[in-house]
Design a protein around this ligand. Structure first.
Ligand SMILES: Nc1ncnc2c1ncn2[C@@H]1O[C@H](COP(=O)(O)OP(=O)(O)OP(=O)(O)O)[C@@H](O)[C@H]1O
Ligand SMILES: [Mg+2]
Length: 260
């Protein structure tokens, strides 16, 4: 299977932007965004996980945890339909905007793009994955002017504190700076659900806190939900509403009391 895990190759995972305005769900109207039902994944003889059941509603922060190789990335990719389940089903609510921060991999050294261009892909990337755009979003808009796009890109870059390096070639940026650009890319299209695969990796402690603050802010202002894989638990502890913990090919689902 083609490897789509590098950020610059997943433009088809990004959604056509149709809205410049923040969502305005009242906090009490939590909406189901994602349901995973009896999901199972097997590669040949190797069973990765089975009987996985959980759901995510708007505003919810779900930590997807487990040891290396237990299949967390594979589960996230299954939500994006980049991997096909062996059993069960995953249902993403139709029309929602999904942002994706893939697990960190080096960019192609000769890739001739700047950090800013990577962020813009989050807005320009066409929606090949889901095959539809959502006319039902509040103030829904199928087309955006270059000025509107620039506004969203600048806003996302500012959110991650990337103004100082966003115009440098991507491959000249440090690992932490690249990671910030990837997070900005996922934020740029104002997602309802953020799928984040170890987004805190490569970031120093203050930068990890910046990312967590952004997510906490988005939760309250936009009801943005997050499904995050992380081996770093301390910074995300205050955000967690639900834990999905993969162990021995099963997913335990519970609250923060499940954390080690
Ligand atoms: N398409 C595939 N075909 C066969 N095996 C695969 C495929 N994709 C992933 N795997 C295997 O599935 C296992 C789980 O991989 P995955 O990347 O999901 O783990 P992970 O929990 O994200 O680990 P880490 O914490 O190290 O990132 C790995 O052993 C990997 O080699
Ligand atoms: Mg992984």
């Amino acid at each position: 299977m083609k490897d789509h895990s590098n950020a610059v190759t997943y433009e088809y995972c990004q959604r056509m932007p149709i809205n410049c305005q923040p969502l305005s769900h009242p906090p009490h109207t939590a909406k189901r965004l994602l349901s995973v039902k009896q999901a199972g994944m097997q590669f040949g003889q190797r069973l990765l996980w089975q009987h996985v059941n959980f759901s995510i509603v708007s505003g919810e922060f779900v930590a997807l945890l487990g040891a290396n190789g237990t299949g967390k990335t594979t589960l996230l990719r299954s939500v994006l339909q980049l991997n096909t389940l062996t059993t069960g089903e995953i249902h993403l609510t139709r029309g929602i905007q999904v942002g994706y921060v893939p697990q960190l991999k080096d960019f192609e050294p000769k890739l001739p793009i700047r950090g800013r261009d990577l962020v813009k892909l989050g807005i320009d990337g066409e929606n090949y994955l889901f095959g539809f755009i959502n006319p039902k979003r509040p103030n829904g808009r199928l087309w955006q002017s270059n000025r509107q796009k620039k506004y969203l890109v600048d806003k996302a870059i500012a959110e991650v504190g990337g103004e100082a390096f966003c115009d440098a070639p991507l491959n000249m940026l440090s690992g932490g700076e690249q990671q910030r650009m990837r997070i900005a890319q996922a934020l740029a299209a104002e997602p309802d659900l953020l799928l984040m695969d170890e987004p805190l990796l490569s970031l120093d402690a203050p930068s990890q806190q910046v990312v967590c603050d952004i997510l906490a802010h988005r939760k309250h202002t936009h009801q943005t939900a997050v499904l995050m894989i992380s081996h770093e638990l301390e910074p995300i502890k205050p955000l967690i509403d639900k834990v999905v913990y993969i162990k021995n090919s099963r997913a335990q689902v519970g609250g923060i009391e499940m954390l080690p």
